[in-house]
Structure formats: structure tokens, C-alpha cells
Design a protein around this ligand. Structure first.
Ligand SMILES: Cc1cc2nc3c(=O)[nH]c(=O)nc-3n(C[C@H](O)[C@H](O)[C@H](O)COP(=O)(O)OP(=O)(O)OC[C@H]3O[C@@H](n4cnc5c(N)ncnc54)[C@H](O)[C@@H]3O)c2cc1C
Length: 490
């Protein structure tokens, strides 16, 4: 009986997809594929495929880039993904996507401007970000929300994250984590657009001939040639060798990132001549469960949640940027805190049910019971919440200066998650311009090489605001796709 090799299975599934006879996306079916054999004389010889645009990484950036490149006229677009599943860290994006001057904000009476978004991003990034890149990000954010809507991904539930002046964090209608809607939605569109998405293809080298990038090579020995290559491989938040190299002080921290977040694209682009900038700018997130590295979304604080220490007291404006809140937490006894919220916050954040399921939260019918379960001083905890409620209800001034995301915590039951800082985001990476061309140390574009998303540096400066990464991957993923298609079409 004939047995299908991995190669046969791969071609078969892609063939069916091309004929439009699949009811599910080829990517889902290909999820079990292994990398193709590479040894000469073994089951298969290495393959050479020629295409118009090749994209390394099938996270949010890679899929947005592919869809845009295809829509802009690149005939053959291939995405190569080293894992056996799509989505990368984008799968886990929790709070949402920042965008300004959107129609959903207008419909909900939220006044915002691209200029205010620019200022928040620049100031939140400690005035280190590149202004041209920031303006490009913010000015194109509403277009990205509209584009997502046009392909069936509606983000019309608007919340607020720390360091932002107004509500601009766009989430799915039901308030669920953004990644869980974004990734399947993009994947479905990639399948429908006839884009080849190859799983288990670990890119190991960017090929350069003379001063031009001409393709990539994979661990399986395959070569993909193209006039335009887009690096969309995410950050290096799970590569502890690189963490030690750039930020030895973070070497013992947990990480929220998926294991594949290894900085591959940055190293390959650097080998092809790209400059890496701000590599020591690594963000810690203040609300990370230390056992599993699970994130408690910033939207919990944005919806009214507070932080208390082991004495049951608040210690910071919870809506300050992540670097400030992380540093304040590390000054508390035991270097940890609890995110405390009530049922009305829970109701607005669908992911809160997952915290309960995963055992990340402690639930109690009263603050006294919560204090008892957490072994906190009940009187101190009640006084803390009463003082915070007073600020939220009466508009009195808050002792820590909090003015954003205030909502009285009066709806039992109450919830608390034990948290401390964890490695979360790499602000540094491949240097780019607003066309997402990768730049060398002289600021000159490397012909044929583009980069977007967390693999790039320069936008978020010294601190990324919650919701700005998803904005980045959509706006810049699309821009990289546009620029690559333009080059491919000559
Ligand atoms: C838990 C968590 C919650 C977050 N929540 C939010 C949020 O609410 N809002 C927000 O704005 N940001 C959030 N972020 C940040 C945001 O999710 C990421 O910055 C963003 O998704 C990165 O997208 P990307 O496409 O650049 O990389 P990824 O989504 O990580 O995709 C990169 C892909 O490239 C693949 N790849 C890597 N190397 C290779 C290689 N050599 N060959 C082939 N493929 C390769 C990877 O396997 C991966 O699939 C969160 C991050 C985490 C970890």
C-alpha cells in the first residue's frame, strides 16, 4: 500500500486548497506536518521554490503582511512558519489593539486624536522612540481597524490600558482576548486568499547575493527565492541566552512569551547586514503569574482593578506605565502583589473566566473572606478598597494620583491573582524606516529585505504601551506587505 510522505501530504492539502474544496484552512490541516527531509539521496531532494514575496513567520505580522502583499498584486506569496501551528505570541494578545480616530470610538462618543496617540506613545516610550515611525503607526491605526473589520475581524469593544489618555484599546465585541479572534480570523483569510502557508519550515538563513536579498533557506534544506523577503519572526523574550547578553539583570525572570520567541529573525537580518537597535530595551509586565508565566491582562486594571501588596495596601497608580508599576512591585515585601477586582470587572473581561479555570485567581464572596484566603489583614484590605471606592465614586483625589480606569469595586464576589513582573516585550530589534525596509548601520535600506512587528526596533522606545504591539503588527505588517508587493511587481 502506498504510504503518504510528509511532502505528499503537504502538496495534497495545498492542492485541495487551491481547488477550493477544503472547508477548513490548509494551515489547520498542515499542522501535523514535519519539516521536509533535506539530505541528498534521502527520501526527498531539497526543493527550490520561486515566489514574489516570502514571509518568515506566521504570527499576526506575517499573516497581515501576506494578505496585504497578495491584495496589492504580488502573485505568489509564501509564509514559512517554524512551528506546527500559526499565531506565535499574537495568539496570547490579551488586552487589545490601540487605535485612534476610529469609527468605533466616534460611535461611542470617545474623543481621541492621532496626535494624542502619538504623544502617549512617545512619552510612554520615555521619549526614545523614532517620531517618524510613531506618526506612521498612529496615523494608520484607524485604517487597520477598518481593514480588520472588512475581513471579518471586528474590534469594537473599547477599553483603556496604562499610560494612555483615553479609551482606545479595541477588543472583540464580547470583550474577549484579542489574539483569540485575530489569529483564527487572519488564518482563515490567508487560506481563502490562496496564500501558501507552510508549517514546520524553520528559516535558518536569509540569502544575499551582492547587495540584494534574494530568498531564504530552511533547516529542511529548502530554498525559497523571491525579490522581497519580510522578516516577521517576533521578539526574543524566550531566548535566555540573548536576555543574559543584553539584560543580565532579567536572567532570572519568568517570561510570558511562547518558547519559539527566539530572536531568529533579528540574528538572520543582522547577518544580512541589518542594524539591530535598542536590544537592551526589554519590557517587564507587572502582572504575571510566576508559576506558569501567564499574564493577567492590563484591561483588568483598565476596567477598575487595583494592586495591593502583602499588607493589603495599594502602593502605586496602577495605570502608570509597565516599567513604573513593575519597579514599584519589586519594592514591596516579597516583591509581589495581588491584582484585585470585582464581578463588574470580571464581566467586562472574558479572559477572567480563564484565570478562574487555570487556578490563577482566588475568589471570595466578601473582602473579609478574600483577605482570609490570601492571609492578608482584613481591616487593612477593607480600608484600602473603601478609600479607592471613595475616589472612584466621588472624584476625590487619589493618594497615588490615579485618574484613569477608575471604577468602584463594590460588586461581590471579589477576585485576586498573585503576580510579579515577568519578561514580556522586546522594544528593540531590526532598524526600519516607514516603508518597513530593513536598514543597515548607515541608515541605508537593504535591497529586498523588509521587517515588521516585534522583530523590529524604534517604535516603542524604552517602554511599550499596552495595546500598541497589536497596532504595530497590523499597521506595519500591512505596510511591509505593501512595500514588498511594490518591489516584487517592479
Ligand atoms: C501573553 C501576551 C499578551 C499580550 N497582549 C498584548 C495585547 O493585549 N496588546 C498588544 O498590543 N500586545 C500584546 N502582546 C504583545 C504582542 O502580542 C506581540 O508583540 C505581537 O503579537 C508580536 O507579533 P509578531 O507577529 O511580531 O510575532 P509573533 O506573533 O510572535 O509571530 C512570530 C512568528 O514567527 C515564527 N518564527 C520565529 N522564528 C522563525 C523562523 N526561524 N522560521 C520560521 N518562523 C519563525 C514564530 O514561530 C511565530 O509564529 C502580548 C504578548 C504576550 C506574550
Amino acid at each position: 500500500m502506498h504510504e503518504f510522505s510528509e511532502m505528499d501530504r503537504r502538496s495534497f492539502i495545498q492542492g485541495l486548497a487551491a481547488l477550493g474544496v477544503l472547508s477548513v484552512t490548509p494551515a489547520s490541516l498542515l499542522a501535523g506536518c514535519q519539516p521536509q527531509k533535506s539530505e541528498v539521496g534521502a527520501e526527498r531532494l531539497p526543493q527550490v521554490q520561486s515566489c514574489d514575496v516570502v514571509i518568515i513567520g506566521a504570527g499576526g505580522t506575517g499573516m497581515a503582511a501576506a494578505l496585504t502583499a497578495k491584495a496589492e498584486g504580488a502573485a505568489k506569496v509564501i509564509i514559512l512558519e517554524k512551528e506546527n501551528t500559526v499565531g506565535g505570541n499574537t495568539n496570547f494578545s490579551s488586552s487589545g489593539m490601540n487605535a485612534s480616530e476610529t469609527r468605533f470610538q466616534a460611535e461611542q462618543g470617545i474623543e481621541d486624536s492621532n496626535q494624542l496617540f502619538v504623544e502617549d506613545t512617545y512619552i510612554g516610550g520615555k521619549e526614545r522612540g523614532d517620531m517618524a515611525l510613531i506618526e506612521h503607526l498612529c496615523d494608520n491605526s484607524a485604517e487597520a481597524i477598518d481593514w480588520l473589520d472588512s475581513i471579518g475581524i471586528r474590534l469594537d469593544n473599547i477599553s483603556q490600558t496604562a499610560g494612555t489618555s483615553v479609551k482606545r484599546c479595541h477588543r472583540p465585541t464580547d470583550g474577549s482576548a484579542v489574539g483569540k479572534t485575530l489569529v483564527p480570523g487572519l488564518e482563515k483569510n490567508v487560506g481563502q486568499a490562496g496564500i501558501d502557508l507552510l508549517l514546520g519550515e524553520n528559516v535558518t538563513r536569509i540569502i544575499k547575493e551582492g547587495d540584494k536579498v534574494t530568498g531564504v533557506q530552511t533547516a529542511s534544506g529548502n530554498t525559497y527565492t523571491a525579490p522581497a523577503v519580510i522578516v516577521a519572526t517576533g521578539g526574543f523574550g524566550a531566548n535566555f541566552e540573548m536576555i543574559k547578553q543584553y539584560r543580565p539583570d532579567l536572567a532570572d525572570f519568568v517570561t510570558t512569551n511562547m518558547p519559539g520567541t527566539q530572536g531568529d529573525g533579528m540574528r538572520m537580518a543582522a547577518a544580512a547586514g541589518a542594524e539591530l537597535i535598542d536590544m537592551d530595551q526589554i519590557q517587564t509586565h507587572p502582572t504575571v503569574d510566576q508559576e506558569h508565566g501567564s499574564l493577567i491582562a492590563e484591561a483588568i486594571r483598565g476596567g477598575g482593578g487595583i494592586l495591593v501588596n502583602s499588607e493589603g495596601r495599594r502602593f502605586v497608580d496602577e495605570m502608570k506605565t509597565r516599567d513604573v508599576v513593575s519597579a514599584a512591585e519589586l519594592e514591596q515585601p516579597g516583591k509581589y502583589a495581588y491584582v484585585l477586582y470585582d464581578q463588574q470587572v470580571w464581566d467586562k473581561n472574558k479572559d477572567a473566566a480563564n484565570y478562574d479555570k487555570q487556578g490563577l485567581s482566588v475568589k471570595a464572596d466578601s473582602l473579609e473572606e478574600l483577605a482570609s484566603k490570601l492571609k492578608l489583614d482584613a481591616a487593612a484590605l477593607s480600608a484600602t478598597v473603601a478609600a479607592y471606592n471613595e475616589v472612584s465614586l466621588s472624584g476625590a483625589s487619589d493618594e497615588f494620583g490615579r485618574t484613569q480606569g477608575l471604577a468602584a469595586l463594590t460588586s461581590a464576589p471579589y477576585y485576586a491573582c498573585k503576580v510579579a513582573p515577568g519578561i514580556h516585550h522586546c522594544m528593540g530589534g531590526i532598524r526600519i524606516n516607514i516603508d518597513n525596509q530593513a536598514l543597515d548601520a548607515d541608515g541605508q535600506p537593504i535591497a529586498g529585505l523588509f521587517a515588521a512587528g516585534e522583530t523590529t526596533g524604534g517604535i516603542h522606545g524604552a517602554n511599550r504601551l499596552g495595546g500598541n504591539a497589536v497596532c504595530d503588527i497590523m499597521v506595519n505588517g500591512r505596510q511591509a506587505g505593501r512595500s514588498a508587493a511594490k518591489l516584487a511587481k517592479g
